[in-house]
Design a protein around this ligand. Structure first.
Ligand SMILES: Nc1ncnc2c1ncn2[C@@H]1O[C@H](COP(=O)(O)OP(=O)(O)OP(=O)(O)O)[C@@H](O)[C@H]1O
Length: 902
C-alpha cells in the first residue's frame, strides 16, 4: 500500500514538474510561437519580430505604415493575452504543488520548523525550496530543487557570492536534516579552503554521525568512503532483489540505510584527473545508493541526474529547473546564531535517540548463545555513527589479519571480538585457541586464575608468554592441521565438501567452528630455522584449506614486522581477506588505502575486501579490556556453560609447572610400565615428557650440561615419578652426588624417597667402582635406579684400576649401562659435558644412552646422540631438549619442572 501510495505521489510530482517546465517554457516562448505561426508570411513575420522586439510604441515609421500592422498587432495581443492568462495560474499551481509535496521544513519558512527534529518518515519530499520568483504581476512562486533520491546539485558562484552559496547549502541541509528523523540523513562535508572552516554554524552536528567534516587533504578518503557505500549498498540491494535503496525501502516499508549528502566546496580547480574521474563514477551510482552530491564550483559536471544553480549576485540565481530566463530571488540566509542553536538541538536529539555513547554491553545480544555457526560467524565489534559494525568470518573472509602499533587497541579489539562472538555462539558452536607471543598476559584472564576462578568456556587453549617458545606456536599449528585432516576425512566419508554440509549430514557430530588467534604471530617466523619452515608450511595449509573445514586464523601484529614476515609466504597473506587496521596501522590495508592513518583513537577500520579502500568500515570499538568489563561477561558464560565444558589448557611460558601439580604425575600408579617424568612438553595437550624404563637395552637416561638447577629438576622429577610407580621395597634407589653444592637438594630427595618407604642407598665416590661391579653380578629381586649427579667428576677415579684387577670401575660402569637395563638396573646420570659422556661410553657407541635431556649444550654436539641427525638447538634458560630414541624422530623442547630451592 505504502509503495503504491508513494509511487502514485511520485507520479504526480513528476507530472507536475513537467507541467511546470512546460508552462514556463511556453510563457517565454510566446514570441517564438507567434513567429512560427507567421512563417508563411515572411514579411509579416519580420514585421512581427521587429514589433515584438522593439514594442509597438518603438516601431519605426516604416513599420507603422506596414499594411499588415493591424493584423499583426491584433494577433500578438490575442496570443499574449491567452498565454498570460494561462501563465497567471502557474504561480498558484506551483505554490500548491510545493505545499502538497514538500510540506514543513522542505518549503516552509524557517521560523516554522527550525531546530525541531522530525519523526520517522519513509518518504522524503522530492523538492526543497531555495527561493522564489515572479514572471509578471500574477504573484511570486516558490522555486525548489530536487535532492534526496532524485538528483545531485551543482552550484556555481559569481564573484563575491561564495557566502551566498554557503548559506544556500546551509539552509538546504537544515531543511533536509529537519525533515527526517535524527540520524536518517548523514552529511559529508569537504572544503578545498585551507584555512576557512566550512559551514561553521553546523559544527555542533559534527559531534554526531549527522555531519562528518573532511579537511582539504582528505578528499580521497571521502571519495573512497562514498565509493565503498555505493558498492556495499549496491550489493545489499541487489541481493534483496532491488535496483535502488529507494525501491528496497519502499517495498520493505523500512529504511535500512541512511540517506547521504556529500557536499564538495571546490574552487574550480585543484582536483586531480583521477579524483575527477572518481567523482563522476560516484555520481553515476550514487542516487541508487541514496547518496546525493552537492558541488560548489567544481571543475567538472556530475554524472547521473543533476540540477544546476548559477548565482548571479548575492541575492539572485538562475537554475536548470526554471530555465535561464527566470531569475530566482534566493531565500535570505538564516541568522548564524539560529543555525547554530538549531544544529545543537538536532545533535542533542540524535544523541538521545542513539542512547548515548556505546559500550561493550551494547555489543552483546539480548540472549546468550543463540546463534549457529554452521554457515559463518558474525558479530558486531564496534559502532559507526551509532550503528553496529560487524565482523564476518566465513566463506568470503575465512581468515583475518589485524595490525596496529603498540597501544593502538589491538588487544582490546580482540577482546571485543571474542566477547561478541562468545556471547552469540555457545561453546558447542565455537572453540577458541588463543596464543599471545607478546610478553605479558593478555589472554591469561580467560583462563581460571587465582583472583577469578571463572574461565571463558569457549577457550580450549590459552597460550601466554610464548615469545621464546616458538615451538608452542608450532604445536598449535600442528594441532590445527591435524584437526583439518580429521574434518576433511569426515567430510569425505559423508560425501560433502564443507562444514555446513558436514554438520547437516552428521547432526550428532561435534563440529564447532575453530578460531585460532595468534597475537604477534611474526614470532613464528623469527629465525631462519626449522620452526619457521614448518610454521610456514602449516600456516599455508591451514590458511588454504581451513575455510571449508571451519578452521579460521586471526593473525595480529604490530604492523610492519608482521607484514614483512609474510615475505615469501603470499598464500597466507592473501587468504586473510578480512583486514582490521587499528589507527596508524601501516600495510594492513591495501597500499593506497589510507583509512587507518585518519582513523581516530579507539577506532578500527574493518575491511572485508582484502584491504581495498571500498571495503573500509570505520568502527568505534568500545572498551572491552578495562577492569571488570570482559570478566563480567565471562562469569555469565561460565555460569551458563562451565559444567559441560572443561577448563581451557593454559600454557604460560613464564611459569614452569610444578611436578606434583601436573595431571601426568597424579595419574602415575604402581603396576604400569615405569615412566620417569622429566618435564612439561610444549604442546597443545597438557602432557609431560617421559622416558619409559622397561627391561630393554639402552633404557638409561643422560642429563647433559652444566645448568645445575635444571639438571637437578630433571633428576628429581624422574626419581619422584618413578617412586610413585612402585610399592615400598619394589625399587631401590642408589644415589651418588658428586657435586658438592648439589648435596642439599640430593639429600632432600633421599629423605623424601625414604619417607615414602623406598629402599635408598647413598653411594660415595670412592665406593662407586666397587658397587658397579656388584651391580653387574648380583641378581636382584627388585628394580634398581642408579641416580648419579655429576658423574663426570667420578671418571678419573673410576678409570683407575686397582692393582691386580683386570677391570676398572669405568669398565664396570660401562657394563651397567649396557647390560643393566635388561636386568632392571637403569642409570639416570647427569654429565656436565657431552665429551665426558663420550668418554664414559668409550668405543661402545652411544646406543646405551637411549634417552637424553640436554641443557646448555649446543645442538652440534648432540647430533652424535641422535642418530647423526642435525639438531637445531640453541640453549635457553629454563628449557631442555629431550630425545628418546624409542619414541622420537627428532628431539623436542621441554620445560623442566619448577623445583623449590632447599
Ligand atoms: N576502545 C578502547 N576504549 C578505551 N580504552 C581502550 C580502548 N582500546 C584500548 N584501550 C586501552 O588502551 C591501552 C592499550 O590498548 P591495547 O593493549 O589493546 O593496545 P595494543 O595495541 O594491544 O598494544 P600492545 O600491542 O602494546 O599490547 C589499554 O590500557 C586499553 O585498556
Amino acid at each position: 500500500m505504502k509503495f503504491a501510495k508513494s509511487s502514485a505521489q511520485r507520479g504526480r510530482v513528476l507530472t507536475a514538474l513537467n507541467a511546470m517546465r512546460q508552462q514556463l517554457g511556453l510563457v517565454l516562448g510566446a514570441a517564438q510561437g507567434a513567429r512560427e505561426a507567421a512563417e508563411a508570411e515572411l514579411d509579416r513575420v519580420r514585421l512581427e519580430q521587429r514589433i515584438v522586439r522593439a514594442g509597438v510604441s518603438n516601431a519605426t515609421p516604416e513599420d507603422l505604415r506596414h499594411p499588415a500592422l493591424a493584423g499583426v498587432r491584433e494577433q500578438l495581443n490575442a496570443v499574449q493575452a491567452a498565454f498570460y492568462a494561462d501563465a497567471a495560474t502557474v504561480p498558484g499551481r506551483l505554490r500548491q504543488l510545493l505545499a502538497e509535496t514538500a510540506p514543513g521544513p522542505a518549503s516552509r519558512p524557517p521560523s516554522d520548523w527550525l531546530g525541531r527534529p522530525a519523526t520517522e518518515k519513509l518518504v522524503v519530499p522530492p523538492l526543497w525550496r531555495i527561493g522564489s520568483s515572479t514572471v509578471d504581476d500574477s504573484g511570486a512562486f516558490p522555486v525548489a530543487v530536487p535532492l534526496l533520491d532524485e538528483s545531485h546539485l551543482a552550484i556555481t558562484t559569481a564573484p563575491k557570492t561564495r557566502a551566498t552559496a554557503e548559506s544556500l547549502v546551509e539552509t538546504l541541509l537544515l531543511r533536509v536534516l529537519s525533515s527526517v528523523e535524527p540520524g536518517a540523513v548523514r552529511v559529508h562535508l569537504w572544503d578545498v579552503g585551507q584555512l576557512t572552516a566550512v559551514l561553521p554554524n553546523l559544527y555542533p552536528l559534527s559531534r554526531t554521525s549527522a555531519i562528518t567534516i573532511y579537511d582539504p587533504a582528505r578528499l580521497d578518503d571521502l571519495l573512497d568512503e562514498l565509493a565503498g557505500y555505493i558498492r556495499r549498498t549496491h550489493a545489499q540491494t541487489m541481493q534483496a532483489g532491488h535496483h535502488s535503496l529507494r525501491s528496497m525501502r519502499e517495498s520493505l516499508g523500512q529504511r535500512t540505510e541512511p540517506w547521504r549528502i556529500a557536499v564538495f566546496f571546490g574552487n574550480g580547480e585543484d582536483w586531480t584527473r583521477e579524483q575527477l574521474r572518481e567523482l563522476k563514477r560516484i555520481a553515476g551510482g550514487a542516487l541508487a545508493a541514496g547518496i546525493s552530491l552537492i558541488g560548489v564550483d567544481l571543475p567538472t559536471m556530475f554524472g547521473g541526474g543533476v540540477e544546476n544553480i548559477r548565482l548571479l549576485d548575492e541575492h539572485h540565481a538562475v537554475s536548470s529547473m526554471t530555465g535561464g530566463d527566470i531569475t530566482i530571488d534566493l531565500d535570505p540566509p538564516i541568522p548564524p546564531s539560529a543555525v547554530s542553536s538549531a544544529a545543537h538541538r538536532l545533535a542533542d536529539a540524535l544523541i538521545a535517540k542513539q542512547g548515548g555513547p556505546r559500550s561493550f554491553p551494547d555489543l552483546l545480544p539480548a540472549e546468550l548463545g543463540q546463534e549457529s555457526s554452521a554457515r559463518e560467524l558474525r558479530a558486531p565489534v564496534g559502532f559507526f555513527e551509532g550503528d553496529p559494525v560487524e565482523v564476518v568470518i566465513g566463506d568470503g573472509t575465512p581468515h583475518a589479519l589485524i595490525g596496529g602499533p603498540s597501544g593502538s587497541g589491538k588487544t582490546n579489539f580482540l577482546y571485543a571480538l571474542l566477547g561478541s562472538l562468545a556471547a552469540r555462539y555457545p561453546p558447542s558452536e565455537l572453540a577458541l585457541y588463543l596464543l599471545d607471543f607478546k610478553e605479558g598476559v593478555s589472554f591469561a584472564g580467560l583462563a581460571p586464575g587465582r583472583r577469578d576462578a571463572s574461565w571463558l568456556p569457549h577457550a580450549r587453549l590459552i597460550g601466554v608468554n610464548v615469545n621464546t617458545d616458538r615451538e608452542f606456536g608450532l604445536a598449535l599449528l600442528r594441532f590445527l592441521a591435524d584437526e583439518l585432516r580429521r574434518r576433511s576425512a569426515a567430510a569425505k566419508e559423508h560425501e560433502v565438501t564443507d562444514l555446513a554440509a558436514l554438520r547437516q549430514q552428521d547432526p550428532d557430530g561435534h563440529w564447532p567452528r575453530i578460531v585460532a588467534v595468534i597475537d604477534e604471530f611474526q614470532y613464528l617466523f623469527a629465525g631462519r630455522d626449522a620452526v619457521t619452515n614448518q610454521a610456514t608450511a602449516l600456516l599455508e595449509d591451514i590458511a588454504r584449506r581451513g575455510r571449508a573445514q571451519g578452521i579460521h586464523l586471526i593473525l595480529a601484529s604490530q604492523d610492519i614486522a608482521g607484514i614483512d614476515a609474510f615475505w615469501g609466504k603470499p598464500a597466507v597473506f592473501e587468504q586473510c581477506t578480512l583486514r582490521i587496521a587499528m589507527p596508524k596501522a601501516r600495510r594492513v590495508l591495501a597500499e593506497t588505502n589510507n583509512a587507518a592513518v585518519a582513523a581516530p583513537k579507539w577506532h578500527a577500520v574493518v575491511n572485508h575486501d582484502s584491504g581495498i579502500a571500498h571495503g573500509n568500515q570505520l568502527a568505534h570499538v568500545p572498551d572491552a579490556s578495562g577492569r571488570d568489563i570482559f570478566s563480567s561477561l565471562q562469569r555469565k558464560l561460565w555460569e551458563q556453560y562451565a559444567d559441560e565444558h572443561q577448563r581451557p589448557r593454559l600454557f604460560d611460558g613464564a611459569h614452569s609447572p610444578i611436578l606434583e601439580h601436573v595431571p601426568a604425575f597424579a595419574a602415575l600408579t604402581p603396576g604400569s610400565r615405569p615412566r620417569a617424568l622429566l618435564g612439561q612438553s610444549i604442546d597443545v595437550e597438557d602432557t609431560a615428557c617421559a622416558v619409559e624404563l622397561f627391561s630393554a637395552p639402552g633404557r638409561n637416561l643422560a642429563v647433559l650440561g652444566t645448568a645445575a638447577a635444571e639438571a637437578l629438576s630433571i633428576m628429581d622429577a624422574a626419581a619422584k615419578s618413578l617412586a610413585r610407580q612402585y610399592h615400598p621395597h619394589e625399587v631401590e634407589f642408589l644415589v651418588s652426588c658428586l657435586v658438592d653444592r648439589c648435596a642439599p637438594p640430593v639429600d632432600h630427595l633421599v629423605q623424601t624417597l625414604k619417607a615414602e618407604g623406598h629402599l635408598v642407598e647413598v653411594l660415595h665416590e670412592e665406593e662407586l667402582g666397587e658397587r658397579m661391579a656388584k651391580l653387574t653380578e648380583e641378581p636382584s629381586a627388585h628394580t634398581r635406579m642408579l641416580l648419579l649427579y655429576g658423574v663426570d667428576s667420578a671418571l678419573p677415579l673410576l678409570e683407575a684400576k686397582k692393582p691386580g684387577e683386570l677391570k676398572s670401575g669405568l669398565d664396570h660402569f660401562r657394563t651397567v649401562l649396557k647390560q643393566g637395563p635388561t636386568r632392571n638396573v637403569h642409570t639416570l646420570g647427569w654429565w656436565r659435558s657431552t665429551a665426558r659422556l663420550k668418554d664414559t661410553l668409550g668405543f661402545t657407541g652411544t646406543d646405551d644412552i637411549g634417552a637424553w635431556a640436554a641443557l646448555d649444550v649446543q645442538g652440534a654436539e648432540l647430533s652424535q646422540f641422535a642418530a647423526g641427525q642435525v639438531v637445531p638447538w640453541s640453549p635457553r634458560p629454563g628449557r631442555a631438549l629431550f630425545f628418546d630414541r624409542s619414541t622420537h624422530v627428532t628431539p623436542e623442547v621441554m620445560i623442566p619442572f619448577d623445583r623449590p630451592e632447599y
